[in-house]
Write a protein that binds this ligand. Structure first.
Ligand SMILES: NC(=O)c1ccc[n+]([C@@H]2O[C@H](COP(=O)([O-])OP(=O)(O)OC[C@H]3O[C@@H](n4cnc5c(N)ncnc54)[C@H](O)[C@@H]3O)[C@@H](O)[C@H]2O)c1
Length: 418
């Protein structure tokens, strides 16, 4: 069979445990038999991060920045227990955090929708794409316990020598309490807004940004103002031409609306909101095995795709003990197809774009025809046949091989036929 020729490389970031097992199976059985693409491989498994003093993560990030397309397997973010398990010299940082910082990227979480798999929220018939502003706020805040009575102030001292301004926060009574000092940067908010609007345009989705600007008038008000100005100055005309829109909503109103709406939008969340909402949305769509994740730069030109789930350590241990598992590889398959679709869009490679659409269709079709992994079979009322991970990947390969060659959808931008 002729393989599709791709001249420009993609960067592969391999990872750990069960995610690595699925990664290898998907690459070797579904991707490389059909696509002849130069793959620059970086081994981000925890043992290799330890061996290289985590230099491999930086090298991988630089390669993604250079070649603009990366596909990433899930990796362990070590805690004390992992450090003991792997004999680490230190707690290496989260590779995703390093990649996000080097690429100055925003992460979008997007579910794969399969009509025949019931969702916890049945009304969600289209993807809800969650964007989390993964910078500062609570995650870089100074917080401390206040032991007793005293005054709390916040002081800003300008670098230009002009007078400092001080704000009284509260006067604590004898019982003391807790306090928090939190911040964000205008440039970071602006880049986040740009990335969200660029993603909305690419997917053909409207964008909502949620905040609590009625309470945090200056803090969240600034976020809202930045979103408004980026939209007005850089995106409004393109959104109107595409029949799309942008709206700010209060977070409480947005949460309630999201439950009622069918999906089909980008939800730009502040850092903490995104942390919470991405897990609610992942659960609402059924299984972590259906949730993909894309890290993009503010201008959308660089993309790093991955499955949103972790390394699924529990299944890995069962495999090590000689058992087979029925772990869902769909998000891994989509990490590869979405990465290759970006390569196809950059290179205007129609054959590669067709391949990504066809492979996604074969994957979804396999589930719809009744063959699925255990996590999905649990959700389907009747008639599902549960297969192992290998069995599912083979079923997708068979379905793909049997698909008619003609009538393929073109996907040079966005997600084509979905
Ligand atoms: N993007 C990443 O690289 C990433 C993200 C999250 C966690 N992690 C890492 O993964 C490791 C394990 O984390 P965890 O156990 O909290 O999360 P996890 O996502 O690996 O697994 C949690 C549970 O979700 C279910 N699950 C997840 N993916 C599934 C799939 N594809 N098919 C079927 N069931 C699935 C399983 O029941 C599993 O036990 C940790 O070391 C963590 O640091 C990495």
């Amino acid at each position: 069979m002729n393989r599709i020729s791709v001249n420009q490389p993609i960067v592969e970031l391999d990872g750990d445990e069960m995610a690595h097992t699925m990664w290898t199976l998907v690459r070797d059985r579904l991707i490389t038999p059909h696509v002849d693409v130069p793959i620059l491989r970086f081994d981000l498994s925890l043992p290799n991060r330890e061996r290289t003093g985590d230099k491999v993560t930086l090298q991988a990030a630089e390669a993604v920045a250079e070649h603009r397309v990366g596909v990433k397997c899930s990796t362990i973010t070590p805690d004390a227990a992992r450090a003991a398990e792997y004999g680490l010299s230190r707690l290496w940082p989260s590779p995703n955090g390093t990649l996000r910082n080097v690429l100055n990227g925003v992460i979008f979480r997007e579910p794969v929708i399969i009509d025949s798999v019931p969702r916890l929220v049945p009304g969600w018939t289209k993807p809800i794409v969650i964007a989390r502003h993964a910078h500062a706020d609570q995650y870089k805040a100074v917080n401390f316990a206040v032991p007793g009575a005293g005054r709390l102030t916040l002081t800003y001292t300008p670098d230009d020598g002009s007078p400092a301004t001080s704000h009284d926060v509260t006067t604590f009574p004898e019982c003391g309490g807790v306090a928090l000092g939190m911040y964000n940067y205008t440039d970071s908010i602006r880049d986040f807004a740009r990335a969200c609007f660029a993603r909305g345009l690419k997917l053909g989705y409207p964008v909502y940004f949620s905040s609590k600007n009625t309470v945090l008038k200056a803090y969240d008000g600034h976020f809202k103002d930045v979103f408004d100005s980026v939209y007005a100055e850089e995106f409004r005309s393109r959104y109107q031409a595409a029949g799309l829109f942008y709206e700010h909503r209060l977070i409480d109103d947005m949460v309630a609306s999201a439950l009622k709406w069918e999906g089909g939008y980008v939800w730009a969340c502040k850092n903490y909101d995104g942390d919470v909402q991405s897990d609610i949305v992942a659960q609402g769509f059924g299984s972590p095995g259906l949730m993909t994740s894309v890290l993009t730069t503010p201008d959308g030109s660089i993309q790093l795709t991955e499955a949103a789930h972790g390394t699924i350590a529990r299944h890995h241990r069962r495999r090590e003990a000689g058992e087979m598992t029925s772990t869902n590889p769909i998000a891994t398959i989509f990490a590869w197809t979405r990465g290759l679709a970006h390569r196809a869009a950059l290179d205007r490679n129609a054959a590669l774009a067709d391949f990504t659409v066809e492979l996604e269709r074969a994957t979804v079709g396999t589930v719809e025809q009744g063959t699925m992994t255990a996590d999905l079979a649990r959700l389907v009322p009747t008639g599902a046949s549960t297969v192992t991970t290998e069995g599912f990947i083979q079923a997708v390969a068979d379905r793909f091989a049997a698909a008619p060659a003609g009538g393929k959808m073109r996907r040079l931008d966005g997600h084509g036929s979905e």
